[in-house]
Design a protein around this ligand. Sequence first.
Ligand code: HEM
Length: 217
Amino acid sequence: MTGFAARLRAATRAEHRDAETRGFLTRLLGGTVPPAGFAALTAQYLIVYRELEAAAATMRDNPVAAGFADPALARVAALETDLAHLRGSAGEPAVEPVEATRRYAARLREYCHTSPVHFIAHHYVRYLGDLSGGRLVGRRVAAIYGLERAGTAFYRFDRIADPAAYKAAYRARLDALALTGPELAALAGEARLAFALNAAMFQELGSAYPEDLGSAA
Ligand code: HEM
């Protein structure tokens, strides 16, 4: 339990708790985010994952990061399908990025195409989260909004048969990273920032879509 994966988890524990307990996510799980708010969250994710997966395409040849840039994780196509479905049923126009999403996307664009350290940090925060608590969130929102596959495809990884085994292999890859101490410290710092960028996004969505006890059920 002294490898880098365990240290990274410990180094981001407080940030995880903070992101997890932001009002928007707890309300999402409690069923008090209006359907338009869930569509807006899906749209923010699409913006973020377009950047992350564009970076992954460039990192596929990088000696340090290539192992992480696995096409089986790709989320953009699922998010596009989900968003088309959610917009259709909510009758909503295209959803714009909130300011925090713009900042998040800009950070990914600026650093993650060229720096494996930054890329892996952002990759870890999103995909390992999606393979963990994200699957629970998917089941909850499907029940709350009465959705079948369309609308919640983002939360399912059809090309990953055993998420627990995948996460174990992912952590082994983190443990085996050929990076110096300062580079590993920079990676943990960037992962903390990635959590904060996510938390800011949830915060802003929470203000944009206040509690609506009537329409989410
Ligand atoms: C309601 C919201 C959330 C719940 C219930 C939740 C729950 C969990 C749980 C139970 C684990 C541990 C899984 C395991 O040990 O295998 C986990 C891990 C993780 N979560 Fe979350 N989470 C939530 C939100 C988030 C968010 C918003 C992010 C990032 C933006 C995130 C990122 C992560 C990461 C990176 C891990 C892996 C930690 C590690 O083992 O290194 N989670 N989550």
